[in-house]
Design a protein around this ligand. Structure first.
Ligand code: HEC
Ligand code: HEC
Ligand code: HEC
Ligand code: HEC
Ligand code: HEC
Length: 206
């Protein structure tokens, strides 16, 4: 083997193996997140979906605006949180402590710019549009029930049961195409127009 290559290979092996053996968390960050089911980065403020979307039953789109209007669902700014947390300061000691973190970040001018770590991240060569799915698509479930728009949970799982967001599905080509194929078959069976792309490569790769 070429000597330079051997040296490179040696360091790559050490570089990959040692952190894994030591159980270093950062290793998770270098894996491709879109292939990493269960990917759950630590967030700057310990926000919980289980509490807010579950117990308090706040609508997903109160925080994730734009999912029905365009390509992306926004992540909330601290201004959105502050609508409640200017008055809600928490009852337990740990809730008070976490909400104090939020208050400090807000007062430091982080209203607009809290750095939530991205959980899902499709490769740039993939085109995905929330509006087309959340609002425009007709969804037919296995029993033949037709609904307007696809529920968030079809792709993100039941977030109302989660703490910090965690990736539930591998957003592989198969994940997209399997649903498209099922949907088109069910649409044909129901004599409705089938519109989900299955083989047109340039629908998803533009
Ligand atoms: C009170 C505000 C709030 C509500 C309500 C809310 N979320 Fe979130 N969501 C957040 C915050 C903050 C983050 C970023 C921190 C995290 O990842 O947990 C997030 C992250 C996410 C992510 C991961 C985004 C990424 O980086 O890929 C998904 C998916 C998600 N939420 C879906 C939902 C769904 C579905 C619902 C409704 C069942 C919902 N959320 C309700 C605030 C909210
Ligand atoms: C048909 C599948 C599907 C449905 C339905 C869906 N999402 Fe997503 N969502 C995705 C994919 C795929 C990504 C990754 C997009 C990317 O990385 O460009 C994503 C990413 C996100 C993100 C991260 C920011 C972004 O847009 O990239 C948030 C937040 C989110 N979704 C919230 C929601 C909410 C809230 C709903 C329901 C109102 C919803 N999603 C419905 C597939 C879906
Ligand atoms: C619609 C009102 C509302 C919004 C919007 C809201 N929260 Fe909350 N949040 C609450 C309530 C109510 C509690 C429960 C406080 C208690 O009684 O202890 C809470 C609790 C919390 C806690 C403490 C959890 C614990 O028990 O440790 C944190 C941290 C928190 N919220 C962060 C956020 C963040 C970050 C956002 C914005 C992404 C947000 N909240 C948006 C109402 C809200
Ligand atoms: C749960 C089922 C489901 C999943 C999962 C899903 N789709 Fe779709 N998709 C649909 C349906 C239904 C339509 C048809 C929408 C309509 O009626 O116009 C559609 C339409 C589309 C379109 C055409 C509309 C547009 O935006 O131009 C594209 C592109 C697309 N999907 C990309 C994706 C990609 C990329 C993924 C995976 C990351 C994905 N879809 C995952 C159900 C799904
Ligand atoms: C419904 C949406 C959709 C359609 C249609 C689609 N792709 Fe993909 N494709 C994806 C997604 C999502 C990924 C990203 C997969 C990942 O990150 O693992 C991908 C990834 C790829 C990759 C990268 C290698 C890989 O497996 O990750 C290639 C090459 C590719 N697609 C080629 C094609 C070709 C050729 C066609 C037409 C026959 C096609 N795709 C049709 C959604 C689609």
């Amino acid at each position: 083997m070429n000597a330079k290559l051997a040296v490179l290979f040696f360091f790559l092996t050490i570089g990959m193996a040692v952190p894994i053996l030591l159980g270093v968390r950062e290793v998770a960050d270098v894996q491709l997140p879109n292939l990493h089911t269960g990917y759950q980065p630590e967030q700057p403020i310990p926000y919980s979906h289980r509490l807010h979307a579950g117990v308090l039953n706040i609508d997903c789109q109160y925080c994730h605006t734009g999912a029905d209007e365009g390509r992306h669902a926004a992540l909330p700014t601290l201004d959105t949180c502050w609508n409640c947390h200017k008055t809600v300061k928490g009852r337990t000691a740990s809730a008070k402590e976490s909400i104090t973190l939020l208050e400090q970040a807000y007062n430091n001018g982080m209203g607009e710019g809290v750095a939530w770590k991205r959980v899902h991240n499709n490769a740039d060569f993939v085109y995905f549009n929330h509006q087309a799915h959340v609002r425009i698509a007709q969804f037919i479930d296995a029993d033949g029930n037709v609904t307007d728009g696809i529920d968030c949970a079809q792709c993100h799982g039941d977030m109302a049961k989660e703490g910090v967001a965690r990736q539930k599905e591998q957003l592989t080509m198969g994940f997209c195409i399997n649903c498209h194929r099922d949907q088109n078959e069910r649409h044909e069976a129901a004599k409705l127009p089938a519109r989900a792309p299955v083989n047109a490569c340039d629908a998803c790769h533009r």
